[in-house]
Design a protein. Structure first.
Length: 75
């Protein structure tokens, strides 16, 4: 499956050191691996979300991105 991400979503992945290739046809295993890495970043920033506004914004951004990827993975 291919994922069609916005530039800001690609930038989030890049800044997190998460490799993403838009032209890649991801297998289910690869898609779940990508999703796990995004969840890890979401959880990392969520730990400081109550006291750090930037961390909260990043946690939300990664959560939305994870939701988008999850929704694209067939059941």
């Amino acid at each position: 499956m291919k994922f069609f991400l916005e530039d800001n979503e690609k930038r989030l992945l890049s800044e997190a050191g998460i490799e993403f290739a838009p032209e890649t046809d991801y297998s289910d295993d690869q898609a779940f691996e990508l999703l796990d890495k995004i969840y890890e970043k979401e959880n990392f920033f969520a730990q400081d979300a109550e006291t750090n506004k930037n961390a909260k914004q990043l946690a939300v951004a990664y959560a939305l991105l994870a939701d988008k990827i999850q929704a694209a993975i067939p059941d």
